[in-house]
Design a protein around this ligand. Structure first.
Ligand SMILES: [Zn+2]
Ligand SMILES: [Zn+2]
Length: 286
């Protein structure tokens, strides 16, 4: 566990907080793309508009070990440096995404409205009831997701990403940084039920989803719905509610987990247990 100093975000951002250092990272990325092992000090010095070699030494020292590694006289990007260049190129740090609002069909958790409005607000792509504004689902919207796509395509792309992120997160791995995620279930009031929660111990990101969503990744549940001509693997999150509202979710004891979930569809039932690590076991077909 010798990585605590690396994880200090203040030190990491200070190392990046300079245009010249970002330029160094970009040049090293371009060298890697040209299938070169790296650039020498002299090559970097010749390429950069810089006043002195001591200035370049200073900036390379600030990046060294975390974003840049030196072997012999050659500098190259580390994986962290490579991630920084990708994030800068994709505009993740610089742009605000643009999104033209649309409406989609779905179900409001609070009223009977079936029209949902989709808009970008408070830095999230938000699907909410067009009538009472109850929020149905929110998505992360990185600026590259909006390029060359219609609003409908943007929403579909965000949903696919969220579906994959959630699959990884609920199994205990952070989709953002790869760190260990602690998973749990908590009661919710609106809508009344149970919500899965995954918290990353490293980057602090937290993902929520109704516990019913966990079951939609189980092959037995997928095939149960497939036998009813329903493909739950492509069901967007904003259409989840009508599918799951007849299900029954009951804790086995005083703690939320384990939970017994009865999946109900067209008069048929499938009973599953969600254990403390959020693993799903099918109990029986009824
Ligand atoms: Zn509503
Ligand atoms: Zn993380």
């Amino acid at each position: 566990m010798g990585r605590q100093s690396d994880a200090d975000p203040g030190v990491a951002f200070a190392a990046l907080g300079n245009e010249l250092r970002l330029t160094i990272l970009r040049r090293l990325a371009a060298a890697a793309e040209a299938e070169r092992d790296g650039l020498s000090f002299t090559e970097l010095y010749d390429e950069l508009a810089i006043d002195s070699t001591s200035q370049l030494s200073y900036h390379l020292n600030q990046l060294d070990g975390r974003f840049v590694r030196k072997s012999d006289d050659t500098y190259a990007l580390t994986q962290a440096g490579d991630r920084v260049v990708r994030a800068v190129r994709s505009g993740t740090y610089e742009q605000e995404p643009t999104f033209e609002p649309i409406t989609v069909e779905g179900a409001c958790p609070r009223c009977a409205c079936t029209t949902l409005s989709v808009s970008y607000r408070e830095r999230l792509l938000t699907v909410a009831c067009a009538d009472c504004d109850a929020i149905v689902v929110t998505y992360d919207l990185p600026p590259p997701a909006t390029e060359d796509r219609t609003s409908e395509e943007v929403l579909a792309a965000c949903d696919r990403r969220a579906r994959n992120d959630l699959a990884v997160a609920l199994e205990g791995t952070c989709p953002t940084c790869g760190g260990l995620m602690a998973v749990s279930v908590e009661r919710t009031d609106e809508p009344a039920g149970y919500s899965c929660r995954a918290d990353c111990s490293q980057c602090g990101i937290c993902l929520f989803a109704p516990v019913e969503a966990r079951l939609l990744y189980h092959p037995g549940v997928v095939s149960f719905f497939w036998s009813h001509d329903v493909d739950v693997t492509s069901l967007p999150f904003w259409r989840l509610l009508p599918l799951v509202e007849t299900w029954e979710v009951e804790p086995d004891g005083s703690e939320p987990l384990p939970l017994t979930v009865t999946v109900v569809h067209e008069g048929e039932r499938l009973v599953a247990s969600v254990d403390t690590d959020l693993s799903v076991t099918l109990l029986k077909d009824l």
